[in-house]
Design a protein around this ligand. Structure first.
Ligand code: ADP
Ligand code: MG
Length: 658
């Protein structure tokens, strides 16, 4: 139902709602409060000194405003509350003055100082004059919480309620109906109302989510793929490697081998922390796929990473006579034509590239294996397009998103999971330390030590150029600073997203072969970059980055058996950054990140759109998630979904995608 059908929605308001992701009346009804203010009015005589309280009062003097400095004003006025005169102060609410009329009854929220008989208010309410629970909504500029409440009140009259919980579970758990639940969640009378309503709404949302995953898994399980007649060939493959594989790597390789020889289509996610050595496992899969006379495609999210994979993997596989090519946005048209033709003829065995690979003119003779590196960087559609370029090719995803295992199992429930937990032998913990900018001398000194050992250094900054509006270090800024600090004696290169790919490639090569000693970069080096001689990374304005990004960036070093270092430069938010000082373990960090920020920002998963829940929270509602996982499995196995319009539609959509 159109938003315009609701009383009080102008075009301006509609745009604002759209910005909150609300596009129709149903969305508005399901725009649940993210918290509640519990308003308990008390008698001012019962207030303890400096306790936060909410009182009813009548204004007996018109407020006076004092402008203290820019962005700071103070309003003072007198009220009577239960026959007692009180002096009220409120900061930065000068805009409320017009509403604070003589003799008006208001509700004041704040702290009461008994000695001075003064009340410092944090908020003033005009409509609430008895005990209530006030829902609090996410807002955008120009839309107040009160506006939102009014709009939702109107929407509640519309009777647009869809009940998605299968009837058997409504009965089993005695859920209240959808209409009551939505009404209560927006207008609860007590905390029990909130509990009843939210339990039902969370169950509904998670059931729907788990139904999709479980159904996908069921469909995937049944897909007949390529059955290969193959020996294991691990020994041949290992003989070309300059190192010994870890037991986890070998286990993954074996799982892949089993998948490839079975007639079931492989649909596997390799989950391993940064630097755990996922690329080599993928390379083994490519090798086996080649032996069974099929082509492979490897897609990476950045050109830098695609180039790196091309060089490394080609370097390894040339010996087997595997023909490898690269295709990215900067491949010349002439070269591209040749590559496309050869792919179609089957003269190329392995194509490595970026998003360019999903272009419709990329066609294969016989695509047997699709690998997506850093899979969380791609949308589901992009991955599927590439998968569809063959006849049920086997599919392998690589990801360093170390989400807690239990969550991984549910969220990636439609994929088979291989975990690489141990790092290659001889790796040392990366020494991590947070520094304030005033302590930068110490960092410079350590950089110099590292350079003397012949090692290289990454420096990361959040900005390319200086920007007067924000106080952040930029790439150019730092280039100048370090040149001064090191007397122009150290070769420094810069790298950022605005450079042409050729320039990026050149700089990357110069750094890789050691001509450049320091590489100052934006986060373009975040994923995948592998230059083992780099043993130090210095990250400026570290508070600007999430723990996940910082851990990924740190993973650029510690890639050989030398001691590596990570220095986080920040003047604020030290507490969060301490987690990185404590641990090198991506799974631990993700647990911490999860605890601190909840599932809304679940370590890298956000981009994949998996956690855009309206009311459920993967962390706090994990028990409900497990229950819906089981219930939806039963529901599918019993075939009951055939009789439910909503789930029948989902099933049709899924069958369509596959
Ligand atoms: P990621 O899992 O982050 O993608 P990579 O595949 O880039 O990690 O591997 C990191 C580095 O470790 C590479 O230089 C790779 O050659 C090396 N490596 C991989 N496996 C081993 C091993 N078993 N022993 C020693 N080095 C290894
Ligand atoms: Mg990688």
């Amino acid at each position: 139902m159109d938003l315009k059908s609701i009383k009080g929605i102008s075009i301006g308001t509609e745009t604002k709602l759209n910005n909150l992701g609300i596009n129709n009346v149903e969305d508005l009804l399901e725009f649940y409060p993210y918290r509640y203010n519990f308003i308990n009015l008390i008698d001012i005589k019962d207030a303890n000194d400096n306790e936060s309280v909410t009182i009813k009062a009548t204004i007996i003097e018109i407020p006076k405003i004092q402008y203290i400095k820019k962005n700071l004003n103070k309003m003072i006025f007198k009220v009577i509350s239960n026959n007692q005169l009180i002096f009220v102060t409120i900061f930065n609410r000068a805009f409320l003055k017009q509403n604070l009329l003589l003799n008006r009854e208001v509700v004041l929220i704040g702290k009461y100082n008994k000695l001075k008989n003064s009340f410092v208010a944090s908020d003033i309410k005009f409509n609430i004059l008895e005990n209530t629970i006030e829902p609090v909504y996410h807002l955008v500029e120009g839309l107040t919480n009160n506006n939102m409440r009014k709009l939702i009140k109107e929407a509640l009259k519309s009777n647009m309620y869809y009940d998605y919980i299968p009837y058997i579970y409504v009965e089993k758990y005695h859920f209240i109906n959808k209409k009551d639940a939505v009404n209560l969640i927006h207008n609860p009378k007590n905390s029990n109302d909130i509990k009843l309503a939210s339990l039902r709404l969370k169950y509904e949302e998670l059931f729907d989510f788990m139904f999709k995953i479980n159904y996908l898994k069921k469909v995937n399980k049944k897909i007949i793929g390529i059955k290969r007649e193959l020996d294991n060939h691990t020994n041949d493959f290992c003989s070309i490697l300059p190192f010994q594989l870890t037991s986890d790597q070998l286990k993954c390789m074996n799982e892949i081998y089993e998948d490839l020889i079975s007639d079931r289509r492989m649909n596997r996610l390799i989950l391993g922390d940064v630097g755990s050595g996922k690329t080599i496992v993928a390379t083994y899969a490519i090798y086996l796929n080649y032996l069974s006379h099929h082509q492979s495609a490897l897609m990476a999210p950045t050109e830098i990473l695609a180039n790196q994979h091309y060089k490394n993997i080609k370097g390894l596989l040339d010996i087997f006579n595997i023909k490898t090519e690269i295709l990215t946005g900067s491949t010349k048209n002439k070269d591209k034509e040749v590559i496309l033709k050869k792919l179609l003829n089957g003269e190329i065995d392995l194509i490595i590239g970026t998003h360019s690979l999903i272009n419709s003119n990329v066609k294969f003779k016989s695509l047997g294996l699709v690998i997506t590196d850093e899979q969380h960087r791609f949308g589901v559609e992009q991955r599927n397009i590439l998968n569809d370029k063959g006849n049920q090719p086997d599919v392998l995803y690589l990801s360093a998103t170390p989400i807690p295992r239990t969550y991984a199992l549910t969220i990636y429930g439609d994929l088979d999971l291989s975990l690489i937990k141990i790092k290659p032998k001889g790796r040392k913990e990366i020494e991590t330390k947070v520094y304030k900018e005033t302590e930068i001398k110490e960092v410079l000194y350590k950089m110099l030590e590292e350079l003397k050992l012949g090692h290289q250094i990454y420096v990361v900054s959040p900005l390319i150029e200086n920007n007067l509006e924000v106080d952040l270090k930029s790439v150019f800024d730092l280039e100048e600073k370090f040149n001064t600090a090191f007397n122009n004696k150290v070769a420094i290169g810069i790298l950022h997203g605005k450079l042409k790919s050729k320039e990026k490639d050149l700089t990357m090569n110069e750094f890789k072969n050691g001509n450049l000693k320091i590489l100052i970069s934006t986060t373009v080096i975040e994923v995948g970059v592998d230059i083992p001689n780099t043993t130090m990374i210095v990250i400026y304005n570290a508070e600007r980055f999430g723990l996940a990004t910082l851990h990924q960036l740190r993973g650029r070093v510690g890639r050989n058996d030398c001691q590596s270092y990570c220095y986080l430069i920040s003047n604020k938010d030290i507490k969060r950054l301490k987690v990185l000082e404590e641990s090198n373990d991506g799974f631990y960090i993700s647990e911490k990140d999860f605890e601190m920020r909840g599932s809304g920002d679940l370590f890298g998963v956000k981009q994949s759109g998996l956690t855009s829940f309206k009311i459920a929270n993967l962390k706090t509602d994990y028990q409900i998630l497990l229950q819906t996982k089981k219930d939806s499995e039963d529901y599918i196995n019993d075939g009951l979904y055939i009789e439910n319009e909503h789930y029948k539609e989902i099933v049709n959509d899924i069958s369509f995608i596959n």
